[in-house]
Design a protein around this ligand. Structure first.
Ligand code: AMP
Length: 194
């Protein structure tokens, strides 16, 4: 199962990605988490990414795409993966298509967590208070939402045109949302093949 999880910052993608990936038995790959790990370890990649992240801007595609390519080449991605936070631009969509085509693979589904922007902003402000993320100040949060609206929101229509998109209501209890996601995935269908 190869999945992409879409949705604005604060929609609960990270939480749902780990739950859904555990149920499916595939790794959840969060580009944001990989960047944050590199920042805290002070790697060259982290140093490059940090200034963009702190400003609420996207890390350049050249950096992000190379990082995802490396990650998807790891053996644990053989049976599949769940991407959280990638792709985020049409150019990243093309790049992911290329990576999968090279391996004769394709995406099985794209799930968009649909949430109300104002609830998302209050959720992010709550997370800022709890976790102290440098990119969770109100100004940066608003910038991240604007960058999302401009660059990433259009990806839903792009995947919809391919027949891959499932829109899921992201508001509600964590379990409830996980169940909604599982219900739209093309898994668990009785096989009609002999
Ligand atoms: P996230 O945890 O997914 O909200 O990501 C946090 C930050 O990491 C984003 O605001 C970006 O600066 C950077 N980032 C994560 N994924 C990507 C991506 N696919 N393309 C560019 N920047 C990214």
């Amino acid at each position: 199962m190869r999945l992409v999880l879409l949705g604005p910052p604060g929609a609960g993608k990270g939480t749902q990605a780990s739950r859904v990936s555990a149920r499916l038995g595939v790794p959840a790959i969060s580009t944001g988490d990989i960047f944050r790990a590199n920042v805290s370890q002070g790697t060259p990649l982290g140093q490059e990414a940090q200034r963009y992240m702190d400003a609420g801007e996207y890390v350049p595609d050249s950096v992000t795409n190379a990082m995802v390519r490396d990650r998807l080449a790891q053996p644990d991605c053989g049976p599949g993966f769940l991407l959280d936070g990638y792709p985020r631009t049409p150019a990243q969509v093309d790049e992911l298509d290329g990576m999968l085509a090279e391996r004769d693979e394709h995406l099985d589904a794209v799930v968009e967590l649909v949430v109300d922007v104002e609830s998302v902003i209050s959720r992010l402000l709550g997370r800022a208070a709890q976790e102290g993320r440098a990119d969770d100040t109100e100004g940066v949060i608003r910038r991240r939402m604007a960058v999302f609206a401009e660059h990433t929101a259009p990806l839903a229509d792009l995947y919809d045109a391919r027949g891959l998109l499932h829109r899921v209501d992201g508001l509600g209890g964590v379990d409830e949302v996980t169940d909604r996601i599982m219900a739209v995935l093309p898994v668990g269908e009785p096989s009609t093949e002999v």
